[in-house]
Design a protein around this ligand. Structure first.
Ligand SMILES: C[S@@+](CC[C@H](N)C(=O)[O-])C[C@H]1O[C@@H](n2cnc3c(N)ncnc32)[C@H](O)[C@@H]1O
Length: 213
């Protein structure tokens, strides 16, 4: 059994890659990741590319390879522990009797961190939530009026999330910041209202910050 590294690659641009991530990728035998993630690295030994459809299959293959003695690095956007690859890998490792102590997480800068810092928000003053890949987002109503900002990865299109909040009684005039494609050249930070967001198109790559009341 060999080491399995889960490497956080940050929000997307090379500027936010850590030296530890680069060194880890240079040292492992095989790096597994999306094309976008793989492209961030100049030196890679062997690579396996996954896409949304074959992600689980490729993660399973990675654990099998690590079990057979290969050193593997799996790339995960942002930080692996925030709606990232860590949880699925832990589940697969358990199924395949891969010792969890052989997993090492290399932290990355999360989209949530960049969204907070771009807007001068201290985490102490925020509810931090992720709805990524989740159907039920009702948990947001437990915190949305608690006098803190809510920083969330949306579960669906940002406009649909905004409409859902309006439909469930949150004021249309509530201030919202949408942080889209953070760290990329076409990054957009839009300060607006819930109503405006519900009428606007954004890509799926967004962090939403809902103002406190
Ligand atoms: C699978 S989750 C991964 C989150 C990642 N582990 C993190 O810590 O940022 C993907 C979601 O993260 C958010 N995201 C990731 N990169 C982003 C970026 N550069 N700008 C804005 N949102 C981003 C989007 O909400 C996207 O749908």
């Amino acid at each position: 059994m060999s080491k399995l590294y889960i490497v956080g690659i940050g929000p997307g641009s090379k500027e936010y890659l850590t030296k530890k991530a680069i060194d880890t990728v240079e040292n492992v035998e095989i790096t597994v990741g999306s094309q976008r993630a793989i492209d961030l690295f100049e030196k890679i030994n062997k690579k396996i590319i996954f896409n949304v459809k074959d992600l689980t299959e490729k993660l399973e293959e990675s654990v099998d390879l690590a079990k057979s003695g290969k050193e593997i690095g799996i790339l995960s956007t942002g930080d692996p522990g925030f709606s990232g690859v860590l949880n699925p890998i832990k589940r697969i490792a358990k199924e395949k009797n891969f010792d969890i102590d052989n997993i090492e997480v290399i932290p990355g800068i999360s989209s949530l961190q960049l969204a907070a810092s771009k807007n001068n928000i201290s985490w102490d003053d925020a509810n931090i939530m992720t709805f990524h890949g989740r159907e039920n987002v009702d948990e947001i109503f437990e915190v949305i009026n608690n006098n803190k900002k809510t920083i969330a990865l949306p579960s669906r299109k940002v406009k649909d999330m905004a409409q859902f909040l309006i439909d469930n009684g949150i004021e249309k005039t509530r201030k919202v910041i949408v942080c889209e494609r953070l760290s990329y050249p076409d990054e957009k930070i839009v300060k607006t209202t819930l109503e405006e967001v519900s009428k606007s198109e954004f890509t799926y790559m967004c962090v939403m910050i809902i103002d406190e009341v």
